[in-house]
Design a protein around this ligand. Structure first.
Ligand code: DAH
Length: 357
């Protein structure tokens, strides 16, 4: 008797289909409601004989599960179709899919900022090769042959596989060595050789030195070189240009000071310090308590260098400067370990997403 009823209702449930929420609700009330068919059948089940209970119990449970599964499956469909008709296929309430925005490398940010500042003073941008010959990296820049000044920068020399690859630049090919450039000053030479003043350019690029890698030194890093050659260029022009640069980069009120120094390619030469950007001159770890930090080397282009590049040193004079981009970034973002710049750890790089856009 009970078994027959179940068979009949099973067929009915299997055949049932709707996308209409009201019809589905009717179905739920009819079978699963508190006064529904399943409740009735379970009540009747209580009265059957113990032998029948054993077989019928399983059938009854399966029947109940069938009704519940049917209701759930149809309910999901009507839920979705409801959303679709209400929002014309687009559910604005669902959370959107987030996507990762890339970040610029802190060195790229700093390089761009430096270039932008000098652009305002009319400096253009030039580049040169990273593999250089002795002439452009040393000799033309007034590093005498076998002079200890060459040891100021430990050089990675490159062996020539084929002697026809000789530097072959003709003029002043001192040693014929090929090397990874140790500084961007080599680009000055290329620029001056290629034309006549006025020159007003910024030369960013990667440079290489044979140094053990540590937090404070790396075998490659980045520099920006500056060159300004024209008639009547003086040290006052150099000072004012660099002073303007520092105010723009680190904010007005940042102090500068020039200390006499030595570079083979400039005379006189200086190193420029700025008041410590971290402690504002009070003394901290960054400035080793002195209140000052060095940021670049500079000077008046040595007349020998001008002549080496085919420029009349009686008519023209100029200034040059060179700074390490890592150093500037270090002061701007307080990045103390140089290795971070080249490890490409996304956790590090992500922090500069919004630094300068
Ligand atoms: N080339 C120098 C270096 O790598 C930096 C430098 C100093 C560049 C003075 C210049 C300059 O143009 O005038 O240490």
């Amino acid at each position: 008797m009970l078994q027959d009823q179940i068979t009949q209702y099973t067929a009915e449930i299997n055949a049932f289909d709707t996308k209409n929420a009201d019809e589905l609700e009717q179905f739920r009330i009819r079978f699963l409601g508190t006064k529904g068919i399943i409740k009735d059948i379970f009540d009747e089940f209580k009265a059957v004989s113990p032998e029948e209970k054993r077989t019928l119990g399983k059938v009854l449970n399966e029947f109940k599960q069938l009704a519940e599964a049917k209701y759930q499956a149809l309910n999901e469909l009507t839920e979705n179709s409801k959303l679709q008709t209400e929002n014309s296929q687009l559910d604005m309430t669902l959370p959107g899919e987030g996507f990762e925005v890339g970040a610029r490398h802190p060195l790229a940010l700093v390089r761009r900022e430096i270039i932008e500042i000098f652009n305002k003073l009319g400096f253009s941008v030039a580049e040169g090769p990273e593999i250089e010959d002795d002439w452009h990296n040393f000799s033309a820049l007034n590093f005498p042959e076998e002079h200890p000044a060459r040891d100021m920068q430990d050089t990675f020399f490159i062996k020539k596989a084929d002697s026809s690859l000789s530097t072959g630049e003709g003029r002043g090919e001192a040693k014929g060595d090929i090397a990874l450039r140790t500084h961007t000053s080599s680009v000055q030479v290329r620029m001056m050789e290629a034309g006549q003043p006025p020159f007003r350019a910024l030369m960013p690029g990667r440079v290489y030195r044979n140094e053990a890698i540590s937090a404070r030194a790396h075998c490659f890093f980045h520099q920006v070189e500056g060159l300004y050659v024209d008639e009547n260029v003086s040290f006052a022009d150099l000072k004012q240009t660099l002073f303007y640069f520092v105010q723009e980069l680190y904010g007005e009120g940042t102090k500068v000071r020039f200390r006499p120094s030595y570079f083979p390619f400039t005379e006189p030469s200086a190193e420029m310090d700025i008041s410590c950007t971290i402690c504002k001159g009070a003394g901290c770890q960054m400035c080793k308590g002195s209140g000052w930090v060095e940021i670049l080397g500079c000077g008046m282009v040595d007349p020998n260098v001008l002549e080496n590049c085919g420029i009349d040193s009686k008519k023209y004079s100029g200034f040059a400067f060179g700074m390490g981009i890592e150093r500037i970034a270090n002061l701007k973002f307080e990045i103390k370990d140089l290795r971070l710049f080249s490890e490409n750890d996304v956790r590090f790089l992500k922090q500069y997403k919004t630094a300068i856009i």
